[in-house]
Design a protein around this ligand. Sequence first.
Ligand SMILES: Nc1nc2c(ncn2[C@@H]2O[C@H](COP(=O)(O)OP(=O)(O)OP(=O)(O)O)[C@@H](O)[C@H]2O)c(=O)[nH]1
Ligand SMILES: [Mg+2]
Length: 203
Amino acid sequence: MSVFAHAAFLRAAGRGSELPPPGPPEIAFAGRSNVGKSSAINALVGRRALARTSKTPGRTQTINFYALAEAGRLVDLPGYGYARVPQSLRVQWRELVGAYLASAKTLVGIVLLMDARHPLTPLDEQLIDWLGEARLLVLLTKADKLSRRAQQEVLAQVSQHLRRHQVTLFSSVTRQGVVECRDLLEQWLRAGCENKKPPVKGM
Ligand SMILES: Nc1nc2c(ncn2[C@@H]2O[C@H](COP(=O)(O)OP(=O)(O)OP(=O)(O)O)[C@@H](O)[C@H]2O)c(=O)[nH]1
Ligand SMILES: [Mg+2]
């Protein structure tokens, strides 16, 4: 049975001191505000509202940890770079996410989400740059909003641009890409159990 069938909320961390002690391998979900990170986690674990989602960008302000029994953890990061978020919150984001990435010894990879309708915005590029050496799975979210043809075009464009990383079309609504994403993340978690390495460069 899939490890994703056993997800449970573990902890919300609003500051570095609230991060949980290291445990099983972790996979973090990163991307701009409102891109669909929390929805993707729900789609992967097959639950409607394990992670809280919202139409209002900037909903997730804490780092939320979900345990997949003993097999791993999914880590829902707060949204990156919402323009209307005050400067003080942006600084808080950097401090909190930076503290997490710097201390996440069991982080085996990052799922980076971009909106399939407008991927590779300057904010996305900034985030990708910031994540440095990390192993990424790139999800082009809300693919249901694009025609099949437009989906293939954006997939080709982004794959070409991010050659080092795997890129997949994804929709939490139609569940497009969910099975492929789960399979890959399960591989990461299994390999991570055997070979823990910090994939992210320092801040
Ligand atoms: N059509 C469509 N809408 C989606 C999809 N994924 C998420 N949404 C919608 O996009 C909005 C934001 O989704 P969230 O999952 O809360 O986004 P988030 O990245 O966690 O946002 P923050 O926590 O604010 O950073 C919600 O209204 C979702 O219903 C998708 O695949 N297709
Ligand atoms: Mg969220």
